[in-house]
Design a protein around this ligand. Structure first.
Ligand code: AMP
Ligand code: ZN
Length: 115
């Protein structure tokens, strides 16, 4: 459930401070330290799942709950005209923290797209 060396596990436990925007039994969400838009929230499952590759039938409830949380946070942040959800997976995907997380980005008309 927890990896002692993981930055996001330490943020979830409160060992490292963060600006929390949402929490429930499955999900912890906080503001990115290096925001790329007016709203940039990291939505993180409370189980240490390293990346998308590690999602399976045992832990996928955390993924579903993460997206339920994203919808709630987007409403709370007033992102009524849309937003983007990004996941970086692994080295080629640009993932720097190996604890599954979803970037919720919005509050501005987003332009850069690769898909
Ligand atoms: P990724 O590159 O997809 O793994 O995303 C990791 C994100 O974590 C980056 O956007 C960082 O800015 C963010 N980040 C790293 N350390 C912290 C921290 N202590 N508090 C909040 N966000 C952080
Ligand atoms: Zn972790």
């Amino acid at each position: 459930m927890r990896d002692e060396n993981c930055l996001f596990c330490k943020i979830i436990s409160g060992e490292i401070p963060s600006t929390k925007v949402y929490e429930d039994d499955y999900v912890f969400a906080f503001r990115d330290i290096n925001p790329q838009a007016p709203t940039h929230v990291l939505v993180v499952p409370k189980a240490h799942i390293a990346c998308v590759d590690a999602i399976d039938g045992e832990n996928s409830v955390y993924v579903a709950k993460s997206f339920e949380a994203i919808a709630k946070i987007a409403k709370a942040e007033g992102l009524d005209t849309g937003y983007r959800v990004i996941n970086n997976c692994g080295e080629d995907g640009g993932q720097t923290v190996m604890h599954l997380h979803f970037h919720l980005i919005g509050g501005v008309k987003l332009s850069e797209k690769i898909v």
